[in-house]
Write a protein that binds this ligand. Structure first.
Ligand code: GAP
Length: 458
């Protein structure tokens, strides 16, 4: 039996290591930093550095493009983070948005009871645990100068409720007809008992959510359609490998208080299969609750049948940071001994971030072959200025050319352009592909159209 335990320990250590590699890489190359780092950090909060913020923006843009821009039936919204607290009472969050909190009778450390292997014994000191109690995950604050119960408000724990309470505004002002959707990207806050696994479980994060309103009776069909569409987005638009994604249906006892049916899209992280998106069939729960509590009529009037009904809702909801983490894990590669064949290559471990070209933080690196020849440097800057309005570019002249290629391979820059002596005479440059390392000579005047095609159309 002990060999079996050692085997699993070994696997576990390997998995931990590779997750640690991602964490250290993300910090080393300016993707993600611990929040409040110089003050020792703050549990469950992270900051996105110069490359992280670009990657995050590109993921959000890719979602918006597929969920709003390319759809005639979906409109966008940006609702406020702090809303009337009556909303959270109506939605059930004040009462039900809780996790079971267990406290140790000895060291008084607190844990999520449902995450403990042995519910009776503290994993830290071995003492007996107290009976778990429900802990509400919503962050509380006060509106105005008086801190009393009448001024209590909450930071939203999901963006979805901002959509439900604007459903009537949208019906009244836009020409939408069921089935239609409202999409929103924005911050959400949860006072998680045990945040962890880097940016997987945080206390402040971003969600990309869409509420799709359908006629009762058609929800099963739309539910399946959305599961397929969301899987398509991860594989085709973000380029995540199919074998690292799976769909897992919730058991009845796992369902959130509002859900009739739910599946998770899970990614095979180094810590194991874990949720990146939930797709829920919410029925008419939210609109009915808001109709009851606000006193407003939230029925939809169907022209064709002259009948009124409360639409049912299908909700694909994903986390920006969890998607970003999946994208990073999927793209990160270490190649022992390197893959370069150029003379200046040093035989050392090479790091390659094989990001989908659209989401890469920097699209093009512009590199003068040498930095001590004024005419080459000037030409390189000219090419950089020409490309800058079209692509996120970086001008880089520091170090040997092979090193610069590797620096950009490591942060996932799909193309590097080298300006050399021939450029001055012939007006062409070398275009190097990150993945194949293939180098082609391209006329400067053709660069924009070729890069546009390679990055956005392939
Ligand atoms: N409106 C439905 C809803 O909020 P959820 O499953 O609680 O559903 C949706 O959250 C997504 O938000 C999750 O799939 C996950 O990607 C992300 N998410 C939830 N809690 C998170 C946390 N503490 N840290 C980072 N992302 C989180």
């Amino acid at each position: 039996m002990s060999w079996l335990v050692s085997f699993f320990l070994l696997i576990f250590r390997y998995m931990e290591n590779s997750f640690e590699k991602i964490v250290s890489f993300a910090k080393r190359r300016g993707f993600i930093f611990q929040s409040s780092d110089i003050y020792g950090g703050l549990g469950g909060f992270y900051d996105f550095g110069p490359l992280g913020v670009e990657l995050k923006k590109n993921i959000k843009d890719a979602w918006w493009e597929t969920m709003v821009q390319n759809r005639e039936d979906i409109v966008g919204l940006d609702s406020s983070i702090i809303m009337n607290p009556k909303i959270w009472k109506a939605s059930g969050h004040t009462e039900n948005f809780t996790d079971p909190l267990a406290e140790c009778t000895g060291c008084h450390k607190r844990f999520r009871a449902d995450h403990l292997e042995d519910k009776d014994k503290c994993p830290e000191c071995g003492c007996k645990m107290m009976e778990p109690r429900n802990f509400n995950l919503m962050f509380r604050t006060f509106i105005g100068p008086v801190e009393d119960s009448a001024s209590v408000a909450y930071l939203r724990p999901e963006t979805a409720q901002g959509i439900f309470v604007n459903y009537k505004n949208i019906l009244d002002t836009q020409r939408v007809k069921v089935p239609f959707g409202i999409a929103q990207i924005g911050k959400a806050f949860r006072n998680e008992i045990t945040p962890g696994n880097f940016i997987f479980r945080m206390r402040e994060f971003e969600q990309m959510e869409m509420e799709y309103f359908v006629k009762p009776g058609t929800e099963k069909k739309f539910f399946e359609e959305w599961v397929n569409e969301r899987m398509r987005w991860y594989t085709e638009d973000l380029g995540i490998k199919k074998e690292n994604l799976r769909v897992r249906r919730h058991e009845k006892d796992e369902l959130a208080h509002y859900a009739k049916d739910c599946v998770d899209i899970e990614y095979k992280f180094p810590i194991g299969w874990s949720e990146i998106e939930g797709i829920a069939s919410r029925g008419d729960f939210d609109l009915t609750q808001h109709q009851k509590n606000s006193g407003q009529d939230l029925n939809y009037y169907e022209e064709a049948t002259k009948k009124k009904y409360i639409p049912y809702v299908i909700e694909p909801s994903c986390g920006v940071e969890r998607t970003l983490l999946a994208v990073l894990c999927d793209a990160y590669m270490e190649i022992e001994g390197g893959r370069s064949t150029t003379t200046e290559a040093v035989k050392e471990t090479e790091f390659l971030l094989k990001l989908n070209k659209r989401v890469s933080p920097i699209k093009v690196a512009v590199l003068p072959l040498v930095k001590n020849k004024e005419n080459i440097v000037n030409k390189a800057r000219e090419v950089y200025e020409m490309l800058k309005p079209y692509f996120n570019c970086q001008y880089d002249e520091v170090g040997a050319i092979g090193r610069r290629y590797r620096r950009h391979d490591e942060i996932g820059t799909p193309f590097a352009i080298t300006i050399d002596f021939d450029t001055l005479e012939k007006g062409d440059v070398t275009l190097r592909d990150r993945d194949t390392m293939e180098q082609k000579r391209i006329k400067i005047e053709d660069l924009i159209s070729i890069l546009k095609k390679e990055i956005y159309e392939n």
